[in-house]
Design a protein around this ligand. Structure first.
Ligand code: WQD
Length: 344
């Protein structure tokens, strides 16, 4: 068996950090990306970190013939990690068909390519969004999948079912990794989150406000049923998250799966409110962050954080980096972007 792994969406935020960790563990990596939400210069940044640029194919996974042609030319793949998808909750509310078309068709073409060319191991980038507004906290993998709050969340649920049904009826093996809130940047300061346009997510909006790119942060509601009235989330360092993907691939290659389809929550297991994130950021950056209270954002749930026991025990993986690490790495990255030190 070769040690070549396909990473779709590998020039994206979590994808690029995962490529680095795969290469650090000695895997050969080939990236498929259509560059619709990332930049090809990320490949050079990866090379600066690991000394090797991954192979790259500029393919849109919605083009079935191109996907099959890729698998024909890459028959020796040991596994696939599938990140390539649209992921902005708000945008999905406005353009649901764009999300269904892209996220579902891409996965279906990918799985058909895998089945036609005998590639059996698939790790899928899923999300805690599938849990909706949970009945209990912390959330473990037995928690019910709730009716989706957004088309984005709906595509994640449908994709998980597509994988599960194919695992049940073919040689495919699958692991869905349900992320909580990925934040931060690689400790080299060479790769990080690159939101194109106005950031949807809290931490990049905070760092862009602190650097002067945005006037002020809007806190979407301080009247939630939480201790300080702002929403609580489980923030996890992107490097910890990336490492978990390597562990998941190794689990499959070493035949350690207990079932042919498995699900793992990937979080820190700690809930922090928006105000706590703001205060922690001000401490690590030594910058006062201008913010104002705004209306609640449709689709937000008051509180989610992970029960990480299954991932900790089964994957023998634990998120190591703390909140200060996460926020400082995000801030260092934002400053490098501003100083033009990162040619992207
Ligand atoms: C966090 C908190 C906001 C921005 C989403 C997806 C999830 C994953 C991560 C892809 C919320 C508040 C935010 C702002 C704010 N995406 N906020 N002002 O919504 O928890 O998760 O991104 O994998 O699947 O659902 O993350 O960072 O957008 O919001 O007050 O300008 O920060 O209301 O409470 P979210 P987020």
């Amino acid at each position: 068996m070769s040690n070549k792994i396909l990473v779709t969406g590998g020039t994206g935020y979590i994808g690029s950090h995962t490529v680095v960790e795969l290469q650090n563990k000695g895997f050969d990596v080939v990236v498929i990306d259509n560059l619709s939400n990332s930049k090809i210069e990320i490949l050079t940044q990866i090379e600066k970190i690991t000394g090797k640029a991954p192979e790259f194919a500029n393919i849109d996974l919605k083009e079935k013939e191109l996907v099959f042609d890729f698998f024909r030319k890459n028959p020796e793949l040991s596994g696939v990690i599938h990140f390539a998808a649209y992921k902005a909750v708000g945008e999905s509310m406005d353009f649901p068909m764009k999300y269904y078309q892209n996220n579902l068709l891409s996965l279906m073409n990918l799985i058909n390519g895998m089945l036609n060319y005998n590639t059996s191991n698939l790790v899928f980038s899923s999300s805690c969004t599938v849990y909706g507004n949970p009945d209990n906290l912390p959330i473990d993998e037995k928690a019910p999948v709730k009716p989706p709050i957004s088309p984005y969340g709906s595509t994640k649920q449908v994709c998980e079912n597509i994988i599960k049904d194919n695992v049940n009826s073919t040689f495919l093996k699958g692991i869905s990794l349900r992320y909580f809130n990925p934040v931060g940047a690689h400790n080299s300061g060479l790769i990080g989150e690159l939101p194109l346009g106005v950031p949807n997510n809290l931490v990049p909006f905070i760092t862009q406000t602190a650097i002067g790119k945005r006037d002020t942060l809007k806190v979407f509601g301080d009247d939630y049923p939480t201790p300080d009235g702002t929403c609580i989330r489980d923030y996890i360092h992107v490097e910890d998250l990336a490492k978990a993907h390597v562990v998941a691939v190794e689990r499959m290659l070493e035949g350690k799966q207990k079932e042919d389809y498995e699900i793992f929550n990937l979080g820190k297991g700690i809930g922090n409110s928006v105000f706590e994130i703001i205060r922690a950021f001000e401490k690590v950056s030594e910058k006062k962050l201008p913010y104002k209270i705004a209306q609640r954002r449709p689709g937000d749930v008051p509180a989610v954080w992970a029960d990480t026991q299954k991932a900790n025990e089964e994957l023998e993986w634990k998120a190591e980096r703390d909140l200060n690490d996460m926020l400082l790495s995000a801030w260092v990255w934002e400053k490098k972007l501003k100083e033009g030190k990162v040619k992207i």
